[in-house]
Design a protein around this ligand. Structure first.
Ligand SMILES: [Zn+2]
Length: 80
C-alpha cells in the first residue's frame, strides 16, 4: 500500500486529448501531456517552419547571412 502511494507521487499523471490553444486561435489536442491544458505561441497552422517551404528558405538565408556577419566580426576582433 505504502509503495503504491510513493509511485503515484513520483510518476507524473498523463492526460489524453489535452487541449492545446495557440495565440493564432487554432486549437488541437495532444496525448500524453502532463497538464490538462496547454497554451502555445506557435502551432503547425501558424509557425513559419510549417507554413510553407518558401518562408523556411527565406528564414534560412537570413540565418546564414547573420552567421557570416558573426564570423567576420570574430575575425576582426582577432585581428585587432
Ligand atoms: Zn498557431
Amino acid at each position: 500500500m505504502f509503495n503504491n502511494k510513493m509511485k503515484k507521487g513520483i510518476h507524473p499523471q498523463y492526460f489524453q486529448n489535452v487541449k492545446v490553444k495557440c495565440i493564432c486561435w487554432n486549437e488541437f489536442t495532444v496525448d500524453g501531456a502532463t497538464v490538462e491544458f496547454i497554451k502555445v505561441e506557435a502551432c503547425p497552422a501558424c509557425h513559419p517552419a510549417y507554413t510553407g517551404t518558401k518562408t523556411k528558405k527565406v528564414a534560412k538565408g537570413r540565418m546564414e547571412k547573420i552567421l557570416e556577419k558573426m564570423k567576420k566580426m570574430e575575425q576582426l576582433q582577432k585581428a585587432a
